[in-house]
Design a protein around this ligand. Structure first.
Ligand code: 5BU
Length: 279
């Protein structure tokens, strides 16, 4: 069998046992898009309008639900309607980072009840494996998936070297719930000790810090192109925020649509080149 990076999304979907991982790969294949749009805006009307506009071009929408100022539970109902209408999954970028008991409460309860609507969420590995036990006690019965933050896109990130390797080891020990990583590169075989043989593993790699027109922002963000991310670094999903909807939250839907189509096309072309499918 070819290395995971050379396999198609459909081939990889068939082997996934976690329901969220399988659904994401199947959606990518069905819609021919590896684009995830990150919708970081503060008004629910802007949030829902942008998602309705980009919906046809994405496999996944990424949220930071706690930045919505006028949040109420109807936002989640509308988000779920849009997810059904446009056939995409939902990823709340919550970046859990506490002890198991606390993260289980933060994931299941509070104002947002993230586990009840978000197919995928993520966690910092910094507390060690107990963060996975806490989150999986809530997420596994619901068929959810977890991504560990193995690397970050920001200048000076501390998530490098042995920290990244430990994150991959933690994921390997929790394959029922950990479906992959937020990272800047493929993680296949990372962190294996000399006496360990290379396992048959397929972790998804979702990658933020993607932009076609800028190299970064004024607050440490660093951008690479879809081609660098998908073809050169072997990542599976490109996560794009301001590159799609700009700095102006009220951006004209036509302009947002054009950018979403552009990123979708770039991401898909890079994937086709990676697996050797001619366009
Ligand atoms: P941007 O507008 O494309 O820069 O938004 C990127 C999004 O991805 C934003 O929601 C961040 O919180 C998120 N992100 C990131 O940019 N870099 C990282 O390493 C991680 C998340 Br983890």
């Amino acid at each position: 069998m070819a290395s995971v990076a050379m396999q198609t999304y459909a081939q990889r979907a068939a082997k996934q046992t976690n329901p969220a991982a399988r659904a994401l790969l199947e959606t990518i294949e069905r819609k021919r898009t590896n684009l995830c749009v990150s919708v970081d805006v503060t008004k629910q009307a802007d949030f829902l309008r942008i998602i309705d506009t980009v919906g046809p071009y994405i496999c996944l929408v990424k949220t930071h639900v706690d930045v919505i100022e006028d949040f109420d539970s109807s936002v989640i109902d509308r988000l779920q309607e849009l997810s059904a209408k446009h056939d995409f999954l939902i990823f709340e970028d919550r970046k859990f980072a506490d002890i198991g008991n606390t993260v289980a409460l933060q994931y299941s309860s509070g104002v947002y009840k993230i586990a009840s609507w978000s197919h995928i969420t993520n966690a910092h590995p910094v507390p060690g494996p107990s963060i996975i036990s806490g989150l999986s006690s809530v997420g596994v019965p619901l068929g959810r998936g977890l991504l560990l933050l193995a690397e970050m896109s920001t200048k000076g990130s501390l998530a490098t070297g042995s920290y990244t390797e430990e994150a991959v080891r933690m994921a390997r020990a929790n394959r029922d719930f950990v479906i992959g990583f937020i990272a800047q590169h493929r993680m296949d075989g990372v962190g294996l000790r000399e006496d360990e043989s290379s396992p048959d593993e397929d972790f998804l790699v979702l990658t933020p810090g993607v932009g076609l027109d800028a190299k970064g922002d004024a607050m440490g963000q660093q951008y690479r192109t879809p081609r660098e991310v998908v073809l050169e670094s072997g990542c599976d999903v490109i996560i794009v925020g301001r590159g799609v909807y700009g700095k102006d939250n009220a951006a004209d839907p036509d302009a947002v649509r054009v950018q979403a189509e552009r990123y979708r096309a770039e991401g898909w072309k890079a994937y086709q080149e990676r697996v050797g499918i001619s366009a």
